[in-house]
Design a protein around this ligand. Structure first.
Ligand code: GLA
Length: 403
């Protein structure tokens, strides 16, 4: 009897210990690079090793970028005779473990992609029915991050499918960041906090300011379409679980000003910062934007609060993000196609965040102002903030409480 009870208890413990994601893996939004936006399925091990080298050479690693993630197209079209996934032997002749070793030798982490469906979006073997086996492969290759897509999943329940993969990863035993990619179709911000570490909130991004490009049954969205697509989901974001606005398009064809705005907004919104450009050919300005540590610090703030639109008047949007130590980040965005002279009277605009119960009487409390893109101190909030903001550009500032 006692033996049976003990066995039942052990069984229960083993079930409950599996029904959890790995904790502590993404206490701040993940920073990294993903192959898809620039290379699609045209990827190979030489490219990935060169990208890893650039992480070191160009200061990305030093700025905090960590994950190098291979998206769709890394696999052979068929599993092996035992049902195991295999790396494409032409693109990745040394195999995934060797690539992981190379990336780890640089002090970086390695990510792979697969899909909850029978096949991936680009038609490679999906994980449906092979979840535990695939999780064991990832663990044996020392993978640190899995992006898990949602193509070819007829009649599958999303929450269940993502929980299955979460449990498979947990059972395989290697801590792996779990990146849910079902495009927001099933509202993961309502159920995924215990399932994944980040979840896409929209369909695919495209490299434009505010366009939408149709592809038949689905469409890709520009930066502002994505920002404006979901309402009231900021409460779902926090340490360990993030709203993912998709891999970035910085350096992929927008103007430098638009790239700055894109980067500032992903930082304000506490989105993972996953670069999607070719680091080997990135311009000086692109590198400068992507490695801006003062902006990245806003994204990585330990409170993990997603920012929000504070006001939208006369073509200037103002976004706010509460930060640790009673500091605030504010981003002024010029939405118009002409430069705007900003003349901002702090005392007329008390700032606050209802969701987090934070309010500031701007007449009583004074802050120093730091311009995060130009790395300059701009005085304090007792005076108007005056600055010319170019078209589609930002003035992003951090306010620190004055003693
Ligand atoms: C989907 C995802 C993209 C990318 C492709 C790969 O469209 O949303 O981010 O992973 O699949 O096929």
């Amino acid at each position: 009897m006692i033996k049976n009870t003990l066995l039942a208890l052990l069984f229960l413990i083993s079930i409950t210990s599996n029904a959890q994601k790995f904790e502590g893996l993404a206490e701040t939004p993940p920073l990294g690079w993903n192959s898809w936006n620039t290379f699609g399925t045209d990827i190979n091990e030489k490219l990935v090793m060169e990208i890893a080298d650039k992480f070191e050479e160009l200061g990305f690693k030093d700025a905090g970028y960590e994950y190098i993630v291979l998206d769709d197209g890394w696999m052979a079209k068929e599993r092996d005779a035992n049902g195991n996934l295999v790396a494409d032997p032409v693109k990745f002749p040394s195999g995934m473990k060797a690539l992981a070793d190379y990336i780890h030798s640089k002090g970086l982490k390695f990510g792979l992609y697969n899909c909850a469906g029978y096949t991936t979006c680009a038609g490679y073997p999906g994980s449906r029915g092979y979840e535990y086996q695939d999780a064991r492969s990832y663990a044996s290759w020392d993978v640190d991050y899995l992006k898990y897509d949602w193509c070819n999943t007829p009649k599958l329940n999303a929450e269940g499918a993502y929980m299955t993969m979460r449990d498979a990863l947990k059972t395989a035993g290697r801590p792996i960041v779990f990146s849910i990619c079902e495009w927001g179709d099933n509202k993961p911000w309502e159920w995924a906090e215990d399932v994944g570490h980040l979840w896409r909130v929209t369909g695919d991004i495209i490299n434009c300011w505010d366009c939408e490009v149709g592809h038949g049954s689905w469409s890709s969205s520009g930066v502002w379409k994505i920002i404006n697509m979901r309402k009231n989901i900021r409460k779902a974001a926090g340490p360990g679980h993030w709203n993912d606005l998709d891999m970035m398009e910085v350096g992929n064809g927008m103007t430098d000003a638009e790239d700055r705005t894109h980067f500032a907004m992903w930082s304000m919104l506490a989105s993972p910062l996953i670069m999607g450009n070719d680091l080997r050919t990135a311009s000086k300005e692109t590198i400068k934007t992507l490695t801006n540590k003062e902006v990245i610090a806003v994204n990585q703030d330990k409170l993990g609060i997603q920012g929000f639109r504070f006001s939208n008047e006369n073509n200037i949007e103002i976004w706010i993000k509460p930060l640790d130590n009673d500091a605030w980040a504010l981003t002024f965005v010029n939405m118009s196609d002409k430069p705007i002279q900003l003349d901002y009277d702090w005392e007329k605009h008390n700032i606050g965040d209802d969701l987090n119960g934070k309010y500031v009487d701007m007449k009583k409390t004074k802050f120093t102002i730091r311009d995060l893109f130009n790395h300059k101190d701009l005085g304090d909030t007792s005076k108007h903030l005056k600055s010319v903001i170019e078209s589609h550009d930002v003035l992003m500032v951090k306010l620190d409480k004055k003693n």
